[in-house]
Write a protein that binds this ligand. Structure first.
Ligand SMILES: Cc1cc2nc3c(=O)[nH]c(=O)nc-3n(C[C@H](O)[C@H](O)[C@H](O)COP(=O)(O)O)c2cc1C
Length: 178
C-alpha cells in the first residue's frame, strides 16, 4: 500500500498537491463498496483476507474481479493456486473483518484460520462457516495495476446467499485505498 503521506500524482495544473490529494481521497472513499473475506489457497497453504475491491465484470462467462495488494500473502496464494473464493458476510458479523488484515494463523487439524472455522470450496480456497454466501472462482487472467493486481476469476461454484443483508464498507469505521 502507498504510504499514507505519500502524495501520488498527477496533479491538475495550478492545484495544491496536499489539498487535491485530500479531496481525491475523500471522493474515492465515497464510492459505495461491499466488504468481503477473500479465501485463497496454494498447496497446503490457505488464507483469508478482508477485501472491499471486488465486483462482477462479465456475464458470459460469469466473471469477478478482485484487486489484491502485491505484498499480501493472498497475492502469492492466488497467483500460485490459480483460484479464490469471495465470501459474503452478514452486516451483523462486521467484527470478523478485523481478524483478517494480516496473514492468518492456519490450524490444519481444526480447519480454522485465526480460530474461525472454514470449509474448503471446490477450488480448495477456504470459506468461513459464518459466510452467508460464496462465489468460488478459478483465475482466468491477471492484470498488473501498480500497487495491486486485478485477478479475473470465472465462477465455478457458488452457494448460500439467502437471508441476511451483506456487509458493506459503511458498516465499519475502517477505510481502505483512497
Ligand atoms: C476495510 C479494509 C478493506 C481492505 N480491502 C482490501 C482490498 O480490496 N485489497 C487488498 O489487497 N487489501 C485490502 N485490505 C488490506 C488487507 O486486508 C490486508 O493488507 C491484508 O491482510 C494483507 O493480506 P494478507 O493476509 O494476504 O497478507 C483491506 C483492509 C481493510 C481494513
Amino acid at each position: 500500500m502507498a504510504d499514507r503521506h505519500e502524495l501520488v500524482g498527477p496533479f491538475p495544473p495550478g492545484s495544491d498537491p496536499e489539498s487535491y490529494d485530500k479531496l481525491r481521497r475523500r471522493l474515492l472513499w465515497q464510492l459505495p463498496m461491499g466488504l468481503y473475506l477473500l479465501g485463497s489457497a496454494a498447496g497446503e497453504e490457505k488464507n483469508l483476507m478482508t477485501l472491499n475491491w471486488a465486483m462482477q465484470v462479465a456475464t458470459r462467462p460469469k466473471q469477478l474481479a478482485v484487486s489484491v495488494e502485491r505484498s499480501a500473502l493472498t497475492h502469492r496464494l492466488v497467483a500460485e493456486g490459480g483460484c479464490f473464493a469471495l465470501s459474503l458476510v452478514s452486516r451483523q458479523d462486521r467484527a470478523v473483518v478485523r481478524k483478517f488484515v494480516k496473514p492468518a494463523i492456519h490450524d490444519r487439524e481444526k480447519k480454522t484460520l485465526n480460530e474461525v472455522a472454514y470449509k474448503t470450496a471446490t477450488t480448495g480456497a477456504p470459506i468461513p462457516d459464518l459466510a452467508t454466501g460464496y462465489l468460488d472462482c478459478e483465475v482466468r487472467q491477471s492484470l498488473e495495476a501498480g500497487s495491486h493486481t486485478l485477478f479475473l476469476g470465472e465462477v465455478v461454484d457458488a452457494g448460500g446467499g439467502e437471508g441476511s443483508e451483506v456487509l458493506r464498507m459503511e458498516d465499519t469505521r475502517m477505510s481502505y485505498g483512497g
